[in-house]
Design a protein around this ligand. Structure first.
Ligand code: BGC
Length: 742
């Protein structure tokens, strides 16, 4: 007997590969993720589980060391990998191996209207995150552009739910193919910075489902995002980091999200709600995310000892805890415990190339009278470059998206490098905006102090401008407080620091003036009629100067299109005319009514018959021209289970290669509920050589025709008449085809 048993043991040992006998199920790659999650869950003690649902440092939470489950490391996000910070401080740790490549801000990415570029973005930033051993990238952000005052619009993807949806999916996929989770933020209704902790958003279900949620839904259902971040604000009286409606009912219920809900830093306020209302991981408590609460006692977190005590005293059960821990274990198996994931890379030439390409494709040419652009060096021998943003490093500042870069090419340096000795470049400061250059201990090292008076600065700039063949003014906003920065909204639509007066003076001094506006937001342009050329250049990251010079000089033909409307006045924005925007600070919870409902961005502009935006959504010029054929569809009447195919030909009628973004809007002509005049439901970016023509086709199905019926709580495609509108922007319609849904 004894001998037989031993023999069997020896046989087993010989047949199974070495080590396989010891492999517990949770480490066994041949088992499904769900089996492995269950196995790991049952090995954990109560205290280990509690430890996993809250932070242990500013940006990490514990795994289970005795089981080989690694800690979870979070990083901002969304434009590059944040420098390492001290264990319990926001201050950078001062490592010398944590510089990154800064990619352009997400407004720029959205302006490319190119999902392929978005995948490149996600893949590249994901590789940097992976190489830096991060588990979760805190981004991308897809909060809808509701007001141009929102200080964080630059971190988001514009005003249209369809555009943001199409752009967020490949970003998430690109990040996650590295075995790093994307954490889509800030879920939801975080559309301003003033009162970000105290605004209780009051919004109807139609606007919620049609405008504010689709990009999150696409990220979850199509992008298969592994994490999502709750937002600071409230909805239906509950903070969104523990919000029954948004997290349990919609995200985990209706959408079937199986990933983790991570709180925004300091976004948790209540243990009982945090237990029951869908939160999985608590971070940054007792901070306001940025300036307060440098140091925390992690055991006092809402989901730490207070949670443990409730369980130990029998006040609450462990059902919710197990659900949270299952999700966290799933996260580990998808990321750090996936032994097949790639190794990542950082600071690679490919990442710089990607950053440059995204920048070049996102820059938007807003005006180009008399073909001032591209700059023709056979005629232009002296160029005046004026403005602080020609010099200022823009990767430091703006809040949690601030970075420590390996290098950043300024616009002025980019131009100098590109032009070499083919023309003389003379620089004048013109105005002094924000001379500081520090964020959490990361310093730009630039000394931008200038004590000259406004008159001295203006006189110098005007003199330099009048002596040059052409003038490039580079200004805009700058990521300091109230100038596109987290925790602050802008105070108005206008440019600060006397830039409007300066631009007007420059326009008088030289008729060949190019204004480059660097911002993540629409700005007022009272001088527009006097200025022949205007470029919208976003925060372009490490390769800013190269990307900008390439467009200014015509090496790149601009193909970016605005991802949001530039209103002529703030009063022309729905949130400011019809809805509420509470810009005064409040410590108490304040209701803010989104009375404009579904009419956000161009949906509002379209409704106001007599109000023209400064520049419409979807707008952007090229150095070439395009002609559209009459669009055609393959059937005039469709049923709800059918598709209609629309085709249109686009031809490059100019002398340069260029890219056009063909836009498809749908207009519902007969509907029981109010609908926008038209809504974006398709787009395609086509590259065309001079004289080349291509056919673009769009499939239109019932999703493109549907609205959210708030009474029935479902999407409805109502039979009746529709129009398919082919356009080059929300205000430039190229062709209309009527059709009908049976
Ligand atoms: C921001 C988040 C960010 C987090 C961590 C918060 O203040 O709202 O977007 O990811 O801080 O830095």
């Amino acid at each position: 007997m004894e001998v037989k048993k031993m023999f069997l043991g020896l046989v087993l040992f010989a047949v199974l590969p070495l080590g396989a006998q010891q492999n517990p199920v949770y480490l066994d790659k041949s088992k499904s993720i769900e089996e492995r999650v269950e196995d790991a869950l049952h090995r954990l003690t109560l205290k280990e589980k509690i430890a996993m649902v809250h932070a242990q440092s500013k940006f990490s939470s514990p795994g289970v060391a005795r089981l080989g489950i690694p800690d979870f490391w979070m990083t901002d996000g969304p434009h590059g990998i944040r420098p390492e910070v001290l264990w319990d401080e926001w201050e950078q740790a001062g490592w010398s191996n944590d510089s990154c490549v800064a990619f352009p801000a997400l407004t720029c990415l959205a302006a490319t209207w190119n999902p392929e570029v978005s995948h490149l973005y996600g893949k590249s930033i994901g590789e940097e995150a992976r190489f830096r051993n991060k588990t979760v990238l805190l981004g991308p952000g897809v909060n809808i552009y509701r007001t141009p005052l929102n200080g964080r619009n630059f971190e988001y993807m514009g005003e249209d739910p369809y555009l943001a949806s199409r752009m967020v999916v490949p970003y998430v996929q690109g990040v996650q193919q590295n075995g790093v989770a994307a954490c889509v933020k800030h879920f939801a209704l975080n559309n301003q910075e003033v009162n970000r902790h105290t605004t209780n958003v009051v919004v109807d279900d139609r606007a919620l489902y049609e405008i504010y949620l689709p990009a999150f839904k696409a990220a979850v259902q199509e992008g298969k995002a592994w994490a999502i971040m709750g937002s600071y604000n409230l909805y239906k009286g509950q903070h969104c980091c523990h919000n029954q409606y948004l997290l349990n009912d919609i995200l985990k219920g209706e959408w079937g999200f199986d990933g983790v809900v991570i709180s925004d830093w300091g976004g948790v306020h209540d243990t009982d709600q945090a237990i029951t209302n869908g939160l999985d991981m608590e971070f940054g408590s007792w901070t306001n995310g940025l300036s307060n609460g440098a140091s925390n006692a992690y055991d006092n977190y809402y989901l730490a000892l207070p949670y443990l005590q409730r369980i130990q005293s029998g006040k609450v059960g462990t059902k919710e805890l197990d659900d949270k821990v299952r999700r966290i274990l799933r996260l580990a198996l998808r990321t750090t415990m996936n032994t097949d994931r790639p190794f990542g890379s950082m600071l690679s030439p490919e990442h710089y190339k990607a950053a440059r390409r995204i920048g070049e494709e996102g820059i938007v040419l807003l005006k180009n009278k008399n073909a001032v652009l591209p700059i023709d060096l056979s005629k232009v021998k002296k160029i005046a470059v004026i403005g602080e943003n020609a010099l200022k490093m823009m990767t430091v500042g703006g809040g949690s998206s601030s970075l420590k870069v390996q290098h950043e090419i300024s616009p002025l340096d980019g131009l100098k490098e590109r032009i070499g000795n083919k023309a003389e470049i003379v620089y004048a400061r013109g105005y002094v905006g924000d001379a500081s250059g520090e964020y959490n201990g990361v310093v730009t090292g630039q000394n931008l102090k200038d004590n000259r008076s406004v008159k001295e600065l203006t006189d110098e700039a005007v003199k330099v401008a009048s002596e040059a063949d052409c003038v490039i003014f580079i200004g805009g906003l700058n990521k300091s407080a109230h100038q596109d920065c987290e925790d602050y909204d802008r105070k108005g639509l206008g440019l600060s620091y006397g830039q409007d007066e300066l631009i007007a003076a420059l326009a008088k001094a030289n008729k060949n003036l190019v204004v480059v506006n660097i911002s993540g937001n629409a700005v007022a342009m009272p001088w527009l009629a006097q200025v022949p050329a205007v470029l919208q250049a976003w925060y372009l990251g490490s390769e800013a100067g190269h990307a900008l010079a390439s467009v200014l000089m015509g090496d790149t033909n601009p193909s970016g299109k605005l991802p949001f409307t530039f209103p002529a006045r703030l009063e022309d924005v729905g949130a400011h005319q019809s809805g509420e925007y509470i810009g005064t600070k409040s410590q108490d919870v304040v209701n803010e009514e989104y009375n404009e409902g579904i009419f956000v961005g161009y949906r509002w502009a379209d409704k106001q018959k007599n109000v023209k935006p400064l520049f419409p959504f979807g707008y952007g010029l090229s150095y070439t021209t395009f002609a559209y054929s009459k669009p055609a569809i393959d059937k005039k009447i469709m049923s709800s289970d059918e598709e209609v195919t629309l085709t249109v030909k686009v031809k490059n009628t100019g002398a340069r290669e260029g890219q056009e973004v063909v836009q498809l809007y749908i207009s519902d002509k007969q509907s029981s509920l109010p609908r926008p005049v038209k809504e974006l439901k398709g787009f395609a970016k086509v590259k065309l050589a001079p004289g080349e023509e291509k056919e673009v086709s769009f499939a239109i199905n019932k999703d493109a025709l549907s609205y959210f019926d708030d009474k029935k709580h479902e999407w409805v495609a109502e039979p009746g008449k529709f129009e398919a509108i082919v356009a080059a922007s929300a205000a430039d319609i190229k062709g209309v085809v009527p059709f009908e849904l049976k």
